[in-house]
Design a protein around this ligand. Sequence first.
Ligand code: PGA
Length: 251
Amino acid sequence: MKKPLIVANWKMGLSFAESIRLAEEFGRTLAEQMSQKEIVICPSSIALSDIRRLKIGLKLGAQNVSWELKGKLTGEVSAHDLVSLGCEYCIVGHSSRRQYLGETDKMVHEKTKACLFAGIIPIICIGETWDEKDAGKRDLRIIEQLHSVFKDLVVSDNKRQIIIAYEPIWAIGTGQSIEPTDTFRVADLIRHTLRDFFDQSIIDNQFNILYGGSVSGKTVASFFAHDSINGVLVGSDSLRMDLFKSIVDNI
Ligand code: PGA
Protein backbone atom coordinates (compact mmCIF):
# COMPACT_ATOMS: atom_id res chain seq x y z
CA MET A 1 0.00 0.00 0.00
CA LYS A 2 1.17 3.52 -0.82
CA LYS A 3 1.97 5.93 2.02
CA PRO A 4 -1.24 7.93 2.72
CA LEU A 5 -1.04 11.54 1.66
CA ILE A 6 -2.70 14.25 3.72
CA VAL A 7 -2.75 17.73 2.22
CA ALA A 8 -3.69 20.76 4.32
CA ASN A 9 -5.08 23.57 2.18
CA TRP A 10 -5.04 26.64 4.39
CA LYS A 11 -6.53 28.84 1.63
CA MET A 12 -6.72 32.44 2.94
CA GLY A 13 -7.76 31.22 6.36
CA LEU A 14 -4.76 32.43 8.36
CA SER A 15 -2.71 35.60 8.68
CA PHE A 16 1.03 35.41 8.05
CA ALA A 17 1.78 35.25 11.80
CA GLU A 18 -0.91 32.61 12.38
CA SER A 19 0.50 30.51 9.53
CA ILE A 20 3.97 30.50 11.09
CA ARG A 21 2.56 29.58 14.50
CA LEU A 22 0.40 26.76 13.15
CA ALA A 23 3.23 25.40 11.01
CA GLU A 24 5.45 25.19 14.11
CA GLU A 25 2.66 23.43 15.98
CA PHE A 26 2.14 20.99 13.08
CA GLY A 27 5.86 20.21 13.12
CA ARG A 28 5.91 19.52 16.87
CA THR A 29 2.63 17.61 17.05
CA LEU A 30 2.93 15.47 13.94
CA ALA A 31 6.65 14.69 14.07
CA GLU A 32 6.15 11.03 15.05
CA GLN A 33 3.71 10.34 12.23
CA MET A 34 5.79 11.78 9.40
CA SER A 35 7.58 8.55 8.58
CA GLN A 36 4.34 6.64 7.95
CA LYS A 37 2.26 9.44 6.42
CA GLU A 38 3.09 12.09 3.86
CA ILE A 39 1.84 15.40 5.25
CA VAL A 40 1.85 18.47 3.03
CA ILE A 41 0.91 21.98 4.09
CA CYS A 42 -0.20 24.56 1.56
CA PRO A 43 -0.07 28.00 3.20
CA SER A 44 -0.53 31.28 1.40
CA SER A 45 2.43 31.96 -0.89
CA ILE A 46 3.81 34.80 1.27
CA ALA A 47 4.39 32.36 4.16
CA LEU A 48 6.18 29.67 2.13
CA SER A 49 9.74 30.80 2.54
CA ASP A 50 9.46 31.50 6.30
CA ILE A 51 7.82 28.13 6.90
CA ARG A 52 10.56 26.45 4.91
CA ARG A 53 13.15 28.03 7.20
CA LEU A 54 11.46 26.48 10.26
CA LYS A 55 12.68 23.04 9.06
CA ILE A 56 9.68 21.30 10.60
CA GLY A 57 9.94 18.20 8.42
CA LEU A 58 6.62 18.65 6.64
CA LYS A 59 6.37 18.92 2.87
CA LEU A 60 5.38 22.25 1.39
CA GLY A 61 2.86 22.96 -1.31
CA ALA A 62 1.58 26.11 -3.00
CA GLN A 63 -2.09 26.91 -3.58
CA ASN A 64 -1.62 28.24 -7.08
CA VAL A 65 0.95 28.74 -9.84
CA SER A 66 1.24 30.71 -13.04
CA TRP A 67 0.98 28.87 -16.34
CA GLU A 68 3.83 31.02 -17.62
CA LEU A 69 7.36 30.13 -16.57
CA LYS A 70 8.52 33.75 -16.88
CA GLY A 71 7.01 36.91 -18.27
CA LYS A 72 4.61 39.79 -17.82
CA LEU A 73 1.80 38.37 -15.69
CA THR A 74 1.59 40.89 -12.86
CA GLY A 75 1.07 39.32 -9.46
CA GLU A 76 1.63 35.74 -10.54
CA VAL A 77 4.27 33.36 -9.19
CA SER A 78 6.21 31.01 -11.45
CA ALA A 79 6.67 27.29 -10.89
CA HIS A 80 10.45 27.76 -10.79
CA ASP A 81 10.10 30.30 -7.98
CA LEU A 82 7.87 27.90 -6.08
CA VAL A 83 10.65 25.32 -6.31
CA SER A 84 13.14 27.81 -4.91
CA LEU A 85 10.71 28.53 -2.06
CA GLY A 86 10.82 24.85 -1.14
CA CYS A 87 7.56 23.66 -2.71
CA GLU A 88 7.35 20.08 -3.84
CA TYR A 89 3.60 20.23 -4.49
CA CYS A 90 1.11 22.71 -5.93
CA ILE A 91 -2.69 22.69 -5.92
CA VAL A 92 -3.97 23.37 -9.43
CA GLY A 93 -7.53 24.26 -10.44
CA HIS A 94 -9.10 24.36 -7.00
CA SER A 95 -12.86 24.85 -7.36
CA SER A 96 -12.70 28.25 -5.64
CA ARG A 97 -10.33 29.45 -8.36
CA ARG A 98 -12.49 27.96 -11.09
CA GLN A 99 -15.67 29.41 -9.57
CA TYR A 100 -14.57 32.89 -8.46
CA LEU A 101 -11.39 33.65 -10.41
CA GLY A 102 -12.34 32.42 -13.85
CA GLU A 103 -9.88 29.55 -14.00
CA THR A 104 -10.73 27.40 -17.02
CA ASP A 105 -9.93 23.79 -17.90
CA LYS A 106 -7.39 25.15 -20.38
CA MET A 107 -5.60 27.15 -17.67
CA VAL A 108 -5.55 24.05 -15.46
CA HIS A 109 -3.93 22.17 -18.34
CA GLU A 110 -1.26 24.87 -18.78
CA LYS A 111 -0.59 25.12 -15.03
CA THR A 112 -0.19 21.35 -14.80
CA LYS A 113 2.33 21.55 -17.64
CA ALA A 114 4.26 24.32 -15.87
CA CYS A 115 4.41 22.28 -12.64
CA LEU A 116 5.67 19.17 -14.41
CA PHE A 117 8.26 21.17 -16.31
CA ALA A 118 9.60 22.71 -13.09
CA GLY A 119 9.53 19.41 -11.19
CA ILE A 120 6.57 20.19 -8.93
CA ILE A 121 3.95 17.53 -8.18
CA PRO A 122 0.61 18.99 -9.29
CA ILE A 123 -2.48 18.30 -7.17
CA ILE A 124 -5.14 18.72 -9.85
CA CYS A 125 -8.61 19.38 -8.48
CA ILE A 126 -11.66 18.13 -10.33
CA GLY A 127 -15.27 17.69 -9.31
CA GLU A 128 -18.88 18.33 -10.16
CA THR A 129 -21.37 20.93 -8.92
CA TRP A 130 -24.59 19.90 -7.19
CA ASP A 131 -26.59 20.71 -10.35
CA GLU A 132 -24.33 18.49 -12.46
CA LYS A 133 -24.69 15.69 -9.94
CA ASP A 134 -28.44 16.19 -9.77
CA ALA A 135 -28.71 16.04 -13.54
CA GLY A 136 -26.77 12.76 -13.62
CA LYS A 137 -23.80 14.48 -15.29
CA ARG A 138 -21.13 13.81 -12.65
CA ASP A 139 -19.20 11.22 -14.63
CA LEU A 140 -19.38 13.28 -17.79
CA ARG A 141 -17.94 16.32 -16.01
CA ILE A 142 -15.11 14.24 -14.48
CA ILE A 143 -14.20 12.78 -17.88
CA GLU A 144 -14.40 16.22 -19.52
CA GLN A 145 -12.07 17.78 -16.93
CA LEU A 146 -9.56 14.94 -17.19
CA HIS A 147 -9.56 15.11 -20.97
CA SER A 148 -8.84 18.82 -21.02
CA VAL A 149 -6.02 18.49 -18.48
CA PHE A 150 -4.29 15.50 -20.04
CA LYS A 151 -4.87 15.89 -23.77
CA ASP A 152 -1.46 16.45 -25.37
CA LEU A 153 0.29 16.43 -22.01
CA VAL A 154 3.54 14.55 -22.07
CA VAL A 155 4.20 12.61 -18.90
CA SER A 156 7.48 10.81 -19.22
CA ASP A 157 7.90 7.47 -17.56
CA ASN A 158 10.25 8.88 -14.95
CA LYS A 159 8.44 8.24 -11.68
CA ARG A 160 7.32 11.86 -11.46
CA GLN A 161 4.08 11.95 -9.51
CA ILE A 162 0.76 13.48 -10.48
CA ILE A 163 -2.08 13.79 -8.02
CA ILE A 164 -5.74 14.10 -8.85
CA ALA A 165 -7.97 15.39 -6.09
CA TYR A 166 -11.62 14.50 -6.52
CA GLU A 167 -13.49 17.28 -4.76
CA PRO A 168 -17.24 17.43 -5.37
CA ILE A 169 -17.90 21.17 -5.24
CA TRP A 170 -21.11 20.70 -3.22
CA ALA A 171 -19.15 18.92 -0.47
CA ILE A 172 -16.43 21.57 -0.04
CA GLY A 173 -16.72 23.58 3.16
CA THR A 174 -20.38 22.58 3.59
CA GLY A 175 -20.12 19.68 6.04
CA GLN A 176 -22.19 17.68 3.52
CA SER A 177 -20.99 14.15 3.46
CA ILE A 178 -20.50 11.97 0.44
CA GLU A 179 -20.91 8.21 0.49
CA PRO A 180 -17.37 6.78 0.52
CA THR A 181 -18.49 4.19 -2.08
CA ASP A 182 -19.19 7.10 -4.44
CA THR A 183 -15.62 8.33 -4.06
CA PHE A 184 -14.31 4.82 -4.85
CA ARG A 185 -16.50 4.74 -7.95
CA VAL A 186 -15.16 8.10 -9.10
CA ALA A 187 -11.56 7.02 -8.37
CA ASP A 188 -12.12 3.98 -10.61
CA LEU A 189 -13.59 6.22 -13.29
CA ILE A 190 -10.55 8.51 -13.06
CA ARG A 191 -8.11 5.60 -13.45
CA HIS A 192 -10.15 4.23 -16.32
CA THR A 193 -10.22 7.60 -18.10
CA LEU A 194 -6.46 8.05 -17.66
CA ARG A 195 -6.05 4.96 -19.86
CA ASP A 196 -7.07 7.17 -22.81
CA PHE A 197 -3.74 8.93 -22.34
CA PHE A 198 -1.24 6.81 -20.42
CA ASP A 199 0.09 3.28 -20.11
CA GLN A 200 -1.19 1.28 -17.17
CA SER A 201 2.27 1.25 -15.56
CA ILE A 202 2.36 5.07 -15.52
CA ILE A 203 -1.15 5.19 -14.01
CA ASP A 204 -0.22 2.66 -11.33
CA ASN A 205 3.15 4.12 -10.42
CA GLN A 206 2.85 7.84 -10.99
CA PHE A 207 -0.76 8.75 -10.22
CA ASN A 208 -2.37 9.12 -6.82
CA ILE A 209 -5.99 10.00 -6.16
CA LEU A 210 -7.16 12.07 -3.20
CA TYR A 211 -10.61 12.82 -1.91
CA GLY A 212 -11.47 16.32 -0.66
CA GLY A 213 -14.64 17.92 0.69
CA SER A 214 -15.54 18.30 4.38
CA VAL A 215 -13.09 15.62 5.50
CA SER A 216 -12.98 15.34 9.30
CA GLY A 217 -11.47 13.09 11.95
CA LYS A 218 -14.79 11.25 12.10
CA THR A 219 -15.11 10.54 8.38
CA VAL A 220 -11.52 10.19 7.22
CA ALA A 221 -11.06 6.46 7.86
CA SER A 222 -14.03 5.59 5.61
CA PHE A 223 -12.22 7.00 2.57
CA PHE A 224 -9.32 4.64 3.17
CA ALA A 225 -11.53 1.55 3.31
CA HIS A 226 -10.60 0.87 -0.29
CA ASP A 227 -7.13 1.33 -1.75
CA SER A 228 -8.42 3.37 -4.71
CA ILE A 229 -8.12 6.52 -2.57
CA ASN A 230 -4.52 7.35 -1.63
CA GLY A 231 -5.11 10.40 0.53
CA VAL A 232 -7.21 13.42 1.45
CA LEU A 233 -7.23 17.14 0.76
CA VAL A 234 -8.39 19.02 3.84
CA GLY A 235 -9.59 22.64 4.02
CA SER A 236 -11.46 23.86 7.12
CA ASP A 237 -10.23 21.16 9.50
CA SER A 238 -6.61 21.88 8.61
CA LEU A 239 -6.83 25.31 10.23
CA ARG A 240 -6.93 23.92 13.76
CA MET A 241 -4.27 21.68 15.24
CA ASP A 242 -6.71 19.48 17.20
CA LEU A 243 -9.02 18.89 14.21
CA PHE A 244 -6.17 18.19 11.81
CA LYS A 245 -4.42 15.90 14.28
CA SER A 246 -7.59 13.88 14.65
CA ILE A 247 -7.60 13.39 10.84
CA VAL A 248 -3.95 12.32 10.79
CA ASP A 249 -4.46 10.02 13.79
CA ASN A 250 -7.45 8.30 12.23
CA ILE A 251 -5.75 7.23 9.01
P1 PGA B 1 -13.03 21.57 3.14
O1 PGA B 1 -12.14 22.09 1.92
O2 PGA B 1 -12.26 20.47 3.81
O3 PGA B 1 -13.25 22.76 4.02
O4 PGA B 1 -14.31 21.05 2.57
C1 PGA B 1 -11.51 21.20 1.05
C2 PGA B 1 -10.85 21.98 -0.07
O5 PGA B 1 -11.36 23.03 -0.44
O6 PGA B 1 -9.82 21.58 -0.60
